[in-house]
Design a protein around this ligand. Structure first.
Ligand SMILES: Nc1ncnc2c1ncn2[C@@H]1O[C@H](COP(=O)(O)OP(=O)(O)O)[C@@H](O)[C@H]1O
Ligand SMILES: Cc1cn([C@H]2C[C@H](O)[C@@H](COP(=O)(O)O)O2)c(=O)[nH]c1=O
Ligand SMILES: [Zn+2]
Length: 191
């Protein structure tokens, strides 16, 4: 086999972790769906997971704000992902910020077994603080895609999710009635 051939076969056997992060409405789910659909077109075995607590659009499907969707398995804990995703080639995880602290270890174990793991989630909560297991996942990922939405106050690229209703709970499911993406300046103005 040529050197290039060896490189290519290593690339396809090797597991990896990809993180897609950013604020609400930045297109994380759309990007996750795009990558997973390409893997399905390539006839790879794909399993998709989301936290069972995220029932916003559908109890089982992963659904984007533009209502594109893909079937998934809702799970309560990250250990179920290791159990159910260990015999597949590609694992997709949406709303990863809601999972427990074991998620980075689960993703690492899957990637070490040769699985391509693609994780999408909020990097920051409504107060601008790192959200759940995402920061640790970003540290161990091979590839990070940090994307922006459009700031609803000024039109600039938005990196943060501004909460429109009064609540100090970290977890509060919602859509446009409860959150809007904002740039750093507009986020800080009304803090
Ligand atoms: N302020 C906004 N900025 C960017 N996209 C927005 C905004 N409001 C609504 N959208 C829509 O949301 C879509 C992204 O949805 P989705 O992939 O579900 O985002 P995320 O998973 O990051 O919340 C965009 O393609 C766009 O049509
Ligand atoms: C900022 C923030 C968000 N949430 C919730 C709101 C939504 O239900 C999801 C994020 O969904 P998206 O696919 O990224 O649009 O998270 C929360 O519970 N706490 C927060 O601080
Ligand atoms: Zn702004």
């Amino acid at each position: 086999m040529t050197n290039e051939g060896i490189e290519r076969s290593r690339l396809f056997q090797q597991g990896s972790i990809e993180v897609i992060c950013g604020p609400m409405f930045s297109g994380k789910t759309e990007e996750l769906l795009r990558r997973l659909r390409r893997a399905q077109i390539a006839k790879l075995k794909v399993e998709i997971f989301k936290p069972s607590t995220d029932t916003r659009y559908d109890p089982t499907a992963v659904v984007s704000h533009d209502l594109n969707s893909i079937q998934s398995t809702p799970v309560e804990t990250s250990s179920s992902i290791l159990l159910l995703g260990g015999h597949t080639q590609v694992v997709g995880i949406d709303e990863a910020q809601f999972f427990d602290d074991e998620l980075p270890n689960v993703c690492e174990a899957l990637a070490n077994k040769g699985v391509r793991v693609i994780v999408a989630g909020l990097d920051m909560d409504f107060s601008g603080k790192p959200f759940g297991p995402i920061p640790k996942l970003m540290a161990i990922a091979e590839f990070i895609t940090k994307i922006t939405a459009v700031c609803m106050a000024c039109g600039a690229p938005a990196s943060r999710s501004y909460r429109l209703i009064k609540s100090s709970e970290t977890v509060l499911l919602g859509e446009k009635e409860s959150y809007e993406p904002r740039c750093r300046i507009c986020f800080n103005l009304d803090k």
